[in-house]
Design a protein around this ligand. Sequence first.
Ligand code: GRF
Length: 193
Amino acid sequence: MSKLSIAVFASGGGTNLQSLIDVSRKDVFDGEIAAVISNNSGAFALERARNAGIAAYHISGKKFPEKNQFVSEILKTLENHKINLIVLAGYMKLLPLEVVRKYRNRILNIHPALLPKYGGKGMYGINVHKAVIESGDRISGATVHFVDEIFDHGVILIQRTVPVLPDDDPEKLAARVLKIEHKILPEAVSMFA
Ligand code: GRF
């Protein structure tokens, strides 16, 4: 395949984005992060992008209240940068169907649990880790999967486990899972490349 031109979608702090920025500089895969898109104007992920000299875009439903306009703004940005891989790294919104269909098999998402467990509606952020601890499971982990029309559903590319320890609270578990997210997301992009 030709060189990867990657768009990362992120809503928050963007530590997963940072892990991709860091490896992309080491030539681990043949490609570059060409754009970062956030629905949240205050997302530190946008700041990380700017600091790395990557084009940063705030595209939200608030900024573009017309659905069509919102979708076409995303599509236009992806086309302008000749994007051939989208990575959802802590993107808290559903990607519009038009984008999912146009970039089928070219969209990866990272989820902080072992899908298909603890996925779907309401299963995001700290909620996921709370649910894992409440269930009594002794193992959790992270998953990178392809994105299709159904939330947290597409084909799984990589999963890795971490233990759930007896004195864990959701925050402690989240921190342990996040560490392996930072490893498997760059690995998944390399596999894709
Ligand atoms: C990660 O746990 C990711 O799996 C989830 O949201 C969190 C984002 O963290 N979808 P960050 O913004 O990459 O630091």
